[in-house]
Design a protein around this ligand. Structure first.
Ligand SMILES: NC(=O)c1ccc[n+]([C@@H]2O[C@H](COP(=O)([O-])OP(=O)(O)OC[C@H]3O[C@@H](n4cnc5c(N)ncnc54)[C@H](O)[C@@H]3O)[C@@H](O)[C@H]2O)c1
Length: 397
């Protein structure tokens, strides 16, 4: 595999917690070349560069900051990423980790400069935008992957295989929840995850809709989202509590609850899970995943008290040598998507490689996961209209 030069656009939470450490590890392994990070403000990059967690795990690593660390930390650079993309030689990698509503223009800028792209979920907020990206990427022979890391959780891959072997029967009714901690309201989210741009379902509900498709192969066809507005500490208003009802191509129904409300005093970093009730052969089938409680119960003596850490998403382990090594599906997801882009880059027939990745359906791509954008578009219409049912067309690949 070549060592791809990489530019990360956006230097917030997901870049710190998952993307940058995954890239540093891939750089250690010789699969990633230089790494640049472009953020809107210098202060964001300063925080990232000073992160004790990253310094401890990767004492030998550094990123190229756009703007430079010497620049005014509070000056806004909303268009600087365009220059950073132009500075990257063609057919390398841009990772888009911006607020949801800014993804489309950044992906566009990357494709126009012949870069492969990885985008944190959700890809974009409109199905037509996903279609445009799919067509443009295929035309240019570029890989675009959507980073739905729950797909690389072994339990999802296991459920997918068993479901597709018929072990559970057919999905009929289900429930899913993902509620982030209350303290999220104090983060940068209050500046962008507001009623006019997004809501709790659009931000995190899409994970479980994507997983139900990933496991079952069904596609969503209609959605109704009831949202409750709340004020962030800075006074902005957001739909911070949502209850969604998603109907599927076989008539099945999934209820999804999302919020930024899980008590800070509760164990774990969130509460989340999925239950699918299924049927076949005159019997009921059941698939239930607790995605937050993964069997660990710790009590720390520093005052943090009882905790239920997840060993599965993203952890640093000590395997000897310098620093620490990332482990978990957060890392595996980035590694897997890098493998896909390498597959496209190295083949003689890039369009064929892209089509094959689309068809295999392990990596989420604009073409094979456009149901997510169709759903989000419909969900936004629903939540802004008191939770009315909105039907939409999405067909399986
Ligand atoms: N579980 C997941 O898959 C998961 C988890 C968290 C976030 N996300 C996604 O990641 C994205 C970012 O979320 P986050 O949690 O890192 O948010 P965040 O608010 O912490 O970070 C967003 C960053 O984008 C930067 N930014 C905004 N406009 C910019 C511009 N014009 N140029 C350069 N930088 C700009 C901000 O300065 C900030 O650093 C969102 O799309 C979110 O939905 C996914």
């Amino acid at each position: 595999m070549s060592a791809y030069r990489t530019l990360v656009v956006g230097g917030g939470m997901i870049t710190h917690d998952q993307i940058l450490p995954s890239l540093y590890q891939l750089q250690r392994l010789g699969r990633v070349g230089s790494i640049a990070v472009c953020a809107q403000h210098g202060r964001t990059l300063r925080t990232l560069a000073d992160s004790e967690t990253l310094q401890r795990a990767f004492p030998e690593s550094a990123f190229e900051p756009w703007p430079s660390l010497g620049a005014d930390p509070d000056e806004a650079h909303p268009n600087l990423y365009r220059q950073a993309i132009i500075a990257l030689p063609a057919r390398n990698l841009v990772i888009v980790a911006l607020p949801d509503h800014l993804h489309f223009e950044a992906v566009l800028a990357a494709l126009e400069n012949d870069q492969h792209v990885i985008v944190v979920k959700p890809l974009v907020l409109q199905a037509a935008e996903a279609d445009w990206i799919a067509a443009e990427a295929r035309r240019r022979g570029l890989f675009v992957g959507v980073e739905y890391h729950k797909r690389l959780d072994d339990r999802s891959l296991m459920a997918r295989r068993k479901y597709r072997d018929g072990a559970f029967g057919e999905f009929r009714l289900g429930t899913a929840r993902l509620m982030e901690k209350w303290y999220y309201r104090h983060s940068n989210f209050q500046n962008w995850c507001t009623s006019e741009h997004s809501d709790a379902f659009t931000y995190i509900g899409c994970h479980y809709v994507d997983l139900v498709h990933f496991i079952t192969g069904l596609v969503p066809t209609a959605v109704s989202v009831y949202g409750i507005k709340d004020r962030y500490p800075n006074g902005n208003e957001g739909f911070l509590w949502t209850d969604a009802r998603v109907l599927w191509s076989n008539g099945a129904c999934l209820n999804v609850q999302n919020s930024l409300s899980f008590p800070d005093a509760a164990p774990g970093t969130n509460t989340q899970g999925l239950t699918l009730y299924c049927a076949a052969n005159g019997r009921g089938g059941l698939l239930r995943h607790s995605d937050q409680y993964r069997g660990l119960e710790y009590v720390y003596v520093d005052g943090a008290g009882y905790a239920e850490p997840s060993p599965d998403y993203f952890q640093y382990v000590d395997l000897g040598g310098k620093g620490l090594t990332p482990a978990g599906y957060g890392y595996r997801s980035i590694e897997f998507l890098m493998g896909c882009l390498d597959r496209v880059e190295r083949t003689g027939d890039r369009q064929h490689a892209i089509d094959e990745i689309d068809r295999q359906g392990i990596a989420a791509t604009p073409a094979n996961s456009r149901y997510n954008e169709a759903l989000i578009e419909a969900a936004r219409e629903s939540i802004l209209n008191g939770g009315k049912l909105v039907e939409f067309g999405s067909s399986p690949m």
